[in-house]
Write a protein that binds this ligand. Sequence first.
Ligand code: 3HC
Ligand code: NAI
Length: 696
Amino acid sequence: MIQPVFQPCSDTVSYAQVEHIAMLRIDNPPVNGLGDTVRAGLYQGVERAQSDSSIKAIVIFGSGKMFSGGADIRQFNTPKANAKPMLRQVIRKITEMTKPVIAAIHGTALGGGLELALGCHYRVATDEAKLGLPEVNLGLLPGGGGTQRLPRLIGVEAAAKMILNASVVKGQRALDLGLIDAVIKGDLIDGAIDFAKGIVAKGEITHPVIDQRHLVRSESTIAAIRGSLNKKARNARAQSAALDCVAYAGQGDIEAGLDYERSRFEELVSGPESKSLRHIFFAEKQALKVDNLPPEVQASDIRSVGIIGAGTMGSGIAMAFANAGFTVTLCELNQAALDRGMAAIHKNYDITAAKGKLTQQDIQKRLDCIKTSTDMEALSGADLVIEAVFEDMAVKKSVFTELDRVCKQGAILASNTSRLDVNEIAAVTRRPQDVIGLHFFSPANVMKLLEVVRGDKTSNEVIATCMSMAQKIGKTPVLVGVCEGFVGNRMLTPYWREAWFLLEEGASPQQIDSALTRFGMAMGPLAMADLAGLDINWATRKRLAPTRRADLRYSKVADRICEAGRFGQKTGAGFYKYEQGSRTPQPDPAVDDIIRACANEAGIARRSISDDEIVERCMLALINEACWILQEGIAQRASDIDVVYVNGYGFPAWRGGPLFYAETIGWGVVLDKIKQLERAQGGHWTVSRDLTSRVN
Ligand code: 3HC
Ligand code: NAI
């Protein structure tokens, strides 16, 4: 094909003519977002093609990696988002054309990108192209006609499911659904031009998106889908509103449907949930970036992974790597421990298979990736070794001394410790530059978060490799520094402290947990402590007791519960009691007695506590500690802490994480309230410079 000469329609859209076809190219990196200049350029280009009598058809395509990733999310809640022409006007212009308009899709067509394509008369795509309307992931609904046009094209049920699940379909499947008109093999643009010529030769435009065939009355379908929605989902409000819009499409008048869709979109885009979910979307992308990494630093390739310890964490970590196709060698003290670990892995896969999420072949493929050994020499060729043995510094040090002896030069030696000092562990090796913390969360094959713990001597190459490896196994990595508990667990300490203080002051475990789950936490702090195992933190408290400030209030509630042999779910009793084989927390009068005794000993007069006070004090404890973490440079940025809490600790994504939440309350209010608590409780609430600087 002769290379066409493109002329600008706007900063981000250009126009060229190939024989009697007008080519409109979107060129707005990184994702060809449909910002104000793209919409203006498309509008102008379509108008130009309409008025040029030599043009018989128009092909719209994207440059770079994709057709379009959708509306430019960064422009939302700014004047540019509503600058004319809006996407609806661009699409109206297209639908009014007397010449066929074809969207030629490669890479992805998501959100507004797919809605633009739905507004065209025809869509062609490569077989690899991914098409979807994922707006609900951002707490939004398709606001450029998607809820009205998709049902008309592929039917109400299929459209509702695609929109509510934010599912993405690829070329051939999109063709089968009727979402596109052709899959193009070979060069997309040549194929799209040939397709356009074929349409011109037929001499007529069909416009299936205004075809009413699929709009059969669908109340029962909609009701069934509505009944299946999870009301506690992070995007529950958006899903419900999107379904309302799809239901509205069934009424038949597309213009009324578009008006309705727009009003619901506006409601969501200006609401707090979507703002929070968009914050988390960008925060997760930002978390991948390592500040001040010299450009020449390259991530190396990890091919084989060794894991030491096949307990709760080691077996989960092995699955996380095997699921992504990595070869794993799982190493234990003896065959019996290995057998227990492998049995846990088999059981986990069987549960997933029983839910229909994996076939026996999938499972076998994953199991084939996992080798076992009782000899550390088996790890001599591994590119990365992750230690997940007992949380005991002496044991960790002996494992790392041995790893230093057996592992090849350049291998990364990682610890999954949850709280121990990675620098102290690194110091027993002759290669501290290759030592790093990789703090997975339980269950490690499921939880997205990975704290990548940079030691004082960890090399940039090792950090870059771990950040990249984490993404390959589907994790969301956050780079953190060394301190007691890193980011996530460190913040739990004051969070739990406040929960225990509130118990002494008059709240019950059930009241504390239900107040915080109503706030949106996946679990209350006390039920979560029971799940994690109370003995682990008890051991930490004992280890840190010599450094504890004697002048500060200390609650003995958790210690007393542990002294009674109550370590949480694993012993059938903790802050709650648990029936045999059940994970449901039941209130336990024995715990109330322990709490009352502790309050008496400490001379605390118990009172009635409001749910608001519970939420406020627990949240302020998280926020205050987060600011200290930032001041000490343990986290790179505030949004990283939000990513940690949303992905690892069940913080409601629709509140954006503890620091985004603080912003929504207002930093001035946060500071005032923390100062009040400091006056009441003293040094637990000392304010960091980071926090005060946020107010000014
Ligand atoms: N608007 C603005 N910026 C976007 C964006 C968007 N729609 N999508 C991605 N970006 C940014 C990312 O933040 C990142 O920025 P950075 O380089 O500064 O960190 C950059 O583009 C590249 O993004 P990725 O690293 O994610 O690139 P990938 O190639 O891995 O993935 C993608 C590309 C599949 C498009 C992915 O970015 C994605 O899923 N984006 C969101 C898609 C989406 O939700 N679209 C719907 C938007 S809402 C809408 O369209 C409303 C409409 O109905 C009116
Ligand atoms: P676990 O007790 O379930 O498993 C530890 C395993 O290590 C046991 O199977 C034991 O036989 C094995 N082991 C001990 N010494 C060994 C050695 N020298 N060589 C080979 N194997 C050895 O412990 P868990 O819960 O899996 O914890 C492991 C590590 O992960 C700890 O550092 C813990 O702090 C950390 N962690 C635990 C989390 C959890 O929720 N359980 C969450 C995040 C981190």
